[in-house]
Ligand binder design. Structure first.
Ligand SMILES: Cc1cc2nc3c(=O)[nH]c(=O)nc-3n(C[C@H](O)[C@H](O)[C@H](O)COP(=O)(O)O)c2cc1C
Length: 262
């Protein structure tokens, strides 16, 4: 699948085949894609514990819950618990040294002296601030996004789920206090059609993106829109005409009770 089509096809897939396991190799490819994502200072704070429903200890499985459309956890053969290791920021000086030594950052013979005497002390003076929620979460999101596209490229479906239960999940997984759980990501083979009901609504392009200052919408070229439509990056919006019938079928087939919102 081309990158453009993978971006266009990416949807939250909430209906997974509960009986079809996911090959660990496919999960590894997702993790490899996450590992090479950008991170400020090359700190690499994104980490994960992959929970396979069939082999995880019951105390781990039972702790992994999500309140919104929570049936998804029951259906998912795999849940990736993505977390941020704030202690990675303590090793940032070494990550900078690697960048400078390898030629990714800085020029000439003075660069190492400037790194040790200027750049590293700047970062060290704001180390605690950098551990607060913010920039590192952005970078973790980039890694999770790359993993998600890799999942789609391999025919898998995923959905990110927020959980209020993160302290308990952290304890049951044995993660140190320095870790912040970011999101649970279900992974499995889709039980629903690839369109998953169609592209979810998005706010108008011009409302979201500006040029040279707030309030001046970034001009949206119809030619580009047409090109991206033909490359499948832009797909038909929801609801597709047969979605309600598909939902009724999925609810029955997967034994989902009630309205499915909780
Ligand atoms: C960080 C994050 C947390 C989310 N949490 C939930 C959740 O708890 N339950 C759920 O059903 N969907 C959750 N979603 C999925 C969003 O509802 C979904 O991305 C949004 O409706 C847009 O749909 P799409 O991903 O198919 O484009 C989450 C998505 C993200 C990125």
């Amino acid at each position: 699948m081309e990158l453009r089509e993978a971006i266009g096809r990416r949807r939250s897939i909430r209906f997974l085949l509960p009986h079809r396991p996911v090959e660990p190799e496919k999960i590894q490819r997702m993790l490899e894609a996450a590992r090479i994502a950008s991170h400020w200072g090359n700190v690499q704070s994104l980490r994960a514990v992959v929970v396979f429903r069939d082999s995880a200890p019951p105390e781990v499985r039972d702790a992994i819950t999500a309140p919104i459309a929570g049936y998804q956890i029951r259906l998912a053969p795999v849940v990736i618990v993505w977390y941020l290791e704030t202690a990675a920021i303590d090793e940032q000086a070494d990550r900078l040294r690697e960048l400078v030594k390898g030629g990714a950052l800085g020029f000439g013979e003075e660069k190492e002296k400037a790194l040790e005497e200027q750049l590293i002390p700047i970062f060290q003076s704001i180390g605690d601030k950098l551990k607060e929620p913010g920039l590192s979460e952005v970078d973790c999101g980039q890694g999770i996004a790359q993993a998600t596209l890799m999942a789609f490229e391999q025919g898998l479906g995923t959905c990110c789920l927020g959980s209020p239960n993160t302290d308990e999940i952290r304890q049951r997984l044995g993660l140190p206090d320095s870790c912040r759980i970011l999101v649970l990501q279900t992974v499995g083979y889709p039980a629903e059609s690839p369109e998953a009901g169609g592209q979810r609504p998005r706010q108008p392009f011009e409302k979201l993106f500006h040029m040279n200052g707030y309030g001046n919408p970034f001009p949206r070229s119809e030619t580009v829109v047409e090109e991206l439509r033909s490359d499948q990056l832009l797909q038909d919006p929801m609801p597709l005409p047969w979605r309600e019938a598909e939902l009724a079928y999925l609810k029955r087939a997967l034994g989902i009770k009630g309205h499915g919102l909780l």
